[in-house]
Ligand binder design. Sequence first.
Ligand SMILES: *Cc1c(COP(=O)(O)O)cnc(C)c1O
Length: 535
Amino acid sequence: MHYLSTRGGDEKLSFEEAILQGLAPNGGLYIPAQVPELPENWENDWANLPFDQLSYEITKLFVPASEIPPNDLKLLINRSYSTFRHSSRTPITQVDSHRFILELFHGPTFAFKDVALQFLGNLFEYFLNRRNARKSANDARDKLTIVGATSGDTGSAAIYGVRGKQDISIFILHPKNRVSPIQEAQMTTVLDSNVHNCAVKGTFDDCQDIVKSLFSDKPFNDKHKLGAVNSINWARILSQITYYFYSYLQAKKQTPAHSHIQFVVPTGNFGDILAGFYAKKLGLPSQPMVIATNANDILTRFWRTGVYEKHDSSQHVQAQDSAVEAAQGSSDGKQAVGGVKATLSPAMDILVSSNFERLLWYIVLESMVDGDQLAASRQVNEWMNELKLHGRFQVPQAALNVARRDFTATSVSDEETTQTIKQYFSHPRPGYSSYTVDPHTAVGLKAAADVGCNNNTYQICLATAHAAKFSEAVENALNDEASFNFQRDVLPTEFHGLMDKPRRVIDVNGIAPELTKEVIESKATEEVSQQNVGI
Ligand SMILES: *Cc1c(COP(=O)(O)O)cnc(C)c1O
């Protein structure tokens, strides 16, 4: 098993190289050279495996034993999920005769990103330990400096993934005063000496631009060995495949024989649902998966038209709307920046979906007569260039047909999101309990209802965050429900007192990349001098 870039070239990377590199030098994303085969009797053999063991069975298909010996891989996986609060790690709950919620929020930061980032943090540590163990005492140790931008969820999950780990330091840039108070507190109250939160005077896009410019600064990158934790990292996709199989196997026990399963996924950067796509390619039986987007609906538009386009050129009214929003600032103080609309489900507020490129590679390959991998990469390369130059590209009908075979897409408004939160809390289906959903999960539930399902099909809707993480949207939706009490019903004990804990944060007073570089340089020097005096 080796890894190659979606944009071609003769790179053939090991798993370790693909994970440590993150992004290919030609701008492409790493994908496995082939999709492995499942063991023949997987459905029986895996039916009763606990989550961690199932994760091992799936992960080892993509990671040769010569790279990570089986026992090491098992330990690494167990360690990653021992931090979860639920013994099933990702349990399902039935909320309707034909609908389950897959709870992905039982990790340390209460969002689905923990599933991947707990694993990725341990992988980084494993690879570094192994490299350093081979060195003699006088050699400089291999280190990794993780740099990432966040509008909320990625930052805290990444910080919890690597806090306290040797030879790794992490710098997370967030736009100052523009992330939710709970998310800011989750990040900045982690006081481990290898964790550095940078509050940048600017927007999320400014933070992302700074990160990009650090990564492309070769001397700086070579010196600090930058590592990526965003969802372009293959390990994030890989580790998410498990919960598709796990929830499928659980749901099958609770539904009639010969029933069908359909996954519904609240989607932003296409990382979560791409794992579902790999599950399906491996052989997991699933109806076309539902891509649920908010008003930032580039994916829904693509599935409708075959055009992948940053700005919706068919709707000038919307463009005006976002200009007005940008001028006024939206209700929660965020602004529509560069065409991104600020919604109640902020973790899905994107202009383009970075992982869509991986799917594109497969749909091109499968739609070509006699297509080969190199031809697919050439085509993807061409389209990504078009996107960069003109903000759009269009795929031929054959490719769109392949995309529609595996997915359907639908977009949900803020109004509908609020209504759905209300519905699941106030009007549960007869025989089912009231359930408080977060706004992202609500987008998925509404999309599930819109798509509908027949008697023989059961939907599994991914719950990507705990309701307490997005308290504003949840409280606003439910504040006129007499029986609703946020503190009592929603707030987990882990969040009690969070806002009052001591914090550590570095102010970065501008968007020039030099300012962030200075911070990283000075912290790196500090860490070296601490080591020299043996602290
Ligand atoms: C990141 C995130 C999403 C979007 O996931 P993608 O992998 O980017 O599609 C949805 N919901 C929540 C709560 C998230 O944190």
